[in-house]
Design a protein around this ligand. Sequence first.
Ligand code: SIN
Length: 358
Amino acid sequence: MSSTSSFSENTPHLLVLGMGGTIAGLAPNPQENPLQYEAGQVGVDSLVAQVQSVVPGRIKLVSRQLANINSRNLTDAHLTSLGLAVREALLDVAVSGIVITHGTDTIEETGLFLQATCGKLAETQSKRVILTGAMLPSNALGADGPSNLLDALRWASMPFDNCPSGIYAVLDGRGCMAMDLAKRHATALNAPLQNAPSSSVSLINPSWLSGVKAVQAGWTEDLPIPQAGDWPWVEILTSHAGARPETITHWLSSSVQGLVLAGSGHGGLHDDWIKPLDQAMVQGIALVRTTRTGAGATLPNIPELDPPGCRASGPLTAPRARIALQLALNAAKQTNKASKPLTWQDFFARIADLPEVR
Ligand code: SIN
């Protein structure tokens, strides 16, 4: 662990975990082309050093580099090590809050993962975990990373009567529950929060806050973090005009355990997929149906009845539904030995049926 100051790590502090991303990116020619750059080049200690002098109060900061990657290369093993580091920090009495610097491309997967595996622990330990990132590399003119990091540090340390403990994300002056992140724009500074019912960093909106409390009341128990080599294999497939049965039959001879099906409209799937999907369910492959439209919930039995082996994703986008299905399959495997084992659908429902924050 690297410390940005000489104090002991037993001193109360905020922990900044570095995962990489554009916030840690460098462009070779930032004046001419700030969007041509490499993510994950600058250490989290340097990012923290840049803002240390303007952090409010006398808050101590400690940084720890867990990875320094472009988040499109995020692996199951990265998520395991992040989840374990977050849990360890939540249980550490010296850590008062946690900020994670992360690439925005897959930040929505990480947001859902942290809510489902650490959300209850954050609440019971009365701490906030704040994800942040940037859309411009660190050496671009007007780079958004420093202000996003500063906002995340503020959010992590603000009084609890303003916002409860839990897992959040902050970008471009706005915040949301981390499980509501969805990157829906390639370049906008608020890209991962565009669809999220976000609240401004300086002014928490009361209706958003009551939504957060409803979600937290519905989230009773964290799901286990899969071990690094033990994540169930789940793929995302998109239904489209001209879809072929082979897109599904291809997987029937593999060891894939789940498929997230991004359908058109309400999450409708091409008729040419019906027979091979029936076979997938016979083989025990878990199916989750979602919408490829990019917004709106996928409701059960709409437009047609869902067969028992296929469940609608609710508000979860395809990337989030994929993580939820991996966690649900893993949790179901672990309860198999219980006298009344729970199914992957039981665990998936815990995530997908949470109240929506509006
Ligand atoms: C990444 O996700 O690591 C690159 C893109 C970004 O952070 O915005």
